[in-house]
Design a protein around this ligand. Structure first.
Ligand SMILES: [Mn+2]
Length: 433
């Protein structure tokens, strides 16, 4: 099906969900704003612009200021703010596939845009400029409405899943080039360039800053350095691409011939257990169960290779997997890399916190069809987390000689994007990488 056809039903779904959310929250309409530019303090430079996710959920129109007015029973009104400008490009819109879903206007400034919004009844404002909206403060980003919009974001339409798949296809192209560059001895900076070159975008068009970590830097979970030294033994690369505002989030770990064979065996085992975890995704299963299974599988992997003296549930119960796998197994994916609502208890709100032992788990909901997640187990050698185990009662449960031998390899993470479908799942990443 074409983007236009899928998009038409996406907008119908948005309108339907918005009408229910507005009614439940007691509003007659809402204005969603694309966002305001952010200028750095004491500077004349703006931060790279990021569209408000609520706006992207409706339309992949770039740039700040634009207004979207949603009212029950009415075609959505989209006002594009396109100033006459010779400093920055204000490209003509052309005829994008999404245009006919809207009553569309183009104006030269934000004041004129607001004049086109005919508010009737109680109107909510969603965006980062409540003061500029002229709407009463209590109607700006009202919790009762925002929670429902966040809740709805978890259920992807066919259009959104197609966008996410396209984003993983672009991301996979980047990963293939990055791997090649690594195997030819490329530095972090060269591998980063190989990735963006193959995706065909600029850095600011990526869904998040690239993580390109050679060797020990793989043990820094959000490492953003770009060193120029070449010929690493391990590459941990966590990079995604965007399509119509939807981002992929993909991690791979590769080794060169100079990597320790024990580390290569661990990597092979991680790849296998990551596939098994992806295959657990199905409607009805609490997402937490995948996280718990990951800990058991990682314990068994570390035990099999002699790094832990015990495996399975016993090792997990003793807290021995914590230092090796100190992040959540994954998160919702959508217009935000860590998409909203992962811990939300119900449409109207409420939080389901993760268990105390897993404070970083971002998703505690029970899996439902059309939800899209990442599955990203990891094993790292992070001295800060291992240090408390070096002394004390549990020290004999870990083979420190092996830990110290592997520490310079950093870590392993393997991450795919997976959509839950009735009775199972579809892995959006593996077919392309
Ligand atoms: Mn991720």
């Amino acid at each position: 099906m074409s983007s236009a056809t899928l998009y038409k039903s996406h907008i119908a779904a948005r309108q339907h969900a918005a009408e229910a959310a507005l009614a439940a929250a007691g509003f007659d309409g809402m204005v969603i704003q694309a966002g305001m530019p952010f200028t750095y303090f004491a500077d004349d430079q703006d931060a790279p612009f990021r569209t408000t996710p609520h706006f992207t959920h409706w339309v992949p129109l770039d740039g700040p200021h634009h207004l979207l007015h949603i009212r029950p029973g009415e075609r959505p009104l989209l006002v594009r703010v396109r100033p006459e400008d010779y400093w920055y490009e204000q490209a003509p819109l052309g005829n994008p596939f999404w245009l006919e879903a809207f009553e569309f206007h183009e104006v030269a400034d934000l004041g004129k845009a607001w004049k086109l919004i005919q508010k009737s009844g109680r109107t909510a404002y969603i965006g980062d400029d409540p003061a500029g909206s002229g709407i009463a403060a209590e109607q700006c980003n009202p919790d009762a409405l925002v929670k429902r919009l966040d809740w709805d974001r978890a259920y992807k339409t066919e259009y959104e899943i197609a966008c996410l798949e396209q984003a993983t296809i672009s991301g996979a192209r980047g990963h293939a080039a990055a791997r090649q560059c690594f195997l030819e001895g490329g530095s972090e900076l060269e591998i980063h360039h190989a990735f963006v070159e193959a995706v065909g975008c600029t850095d600011r068009e990526l869904p998040y800053e690239t993580i390109v970590a050679l060797d020990d830097r793989g043990a820094i979970l959000h490492y953003c350095g770009k060193r120029t030294q070449r010929n690493g033994k391990v590459l941990l690369i966590d990079c995604g691409a965007k399509h119509n505002g939807y981002g992929s989030d993909i991690t791979r770990t590769w080794t060169s011939r100079s990597a320790d064979t024990l580390f290569q065996d661990l990597l092979h085992g991680m790849d296998q257990l990551q596939r098994e975890l992806c295959e657990m995704v199905r409607p009805g299963l609490p997402y937490l169960a995948i996280h718990e299974a990951a800990h058991v599988k990682i314990a068994d992997l570390l035990h099999k290779h002699g790094i832990l003296k015990v495996g399975g549930a016993q090792a997990v119960a003793e807290g021995l997997t914590g230092p090796f796998f100190p992040h959540g197994i994954g998160h919702f994916l959508g217009v935000q890399v860590h998409d909203v609502g992962g811990r939300q208890a119900a449409p109207e709100g409420g939080v389901m916190p993760p268990p105390k032992s897993f404070p970083y788990l971002r998703t505690t909901r029970t899996i439902e069809a059309n939800q899209v997640f990442t599955i990203e187990p990891g094993v790292y050698f992070i001295e800060m987390l291992l240090r408390p185990f070096r002394s004390g009662s549990q020290t004999s449960m870990i083979d420190w000689k092996l830990v110290d031998r592997l520490a310079s390899h950093g870590g392993i993470r393997i991450e795919d994007n997976v959509v839950a479908i009735p009775g199972g799942q579809k892995n959006l990443t593996r077919p392309h990488i």
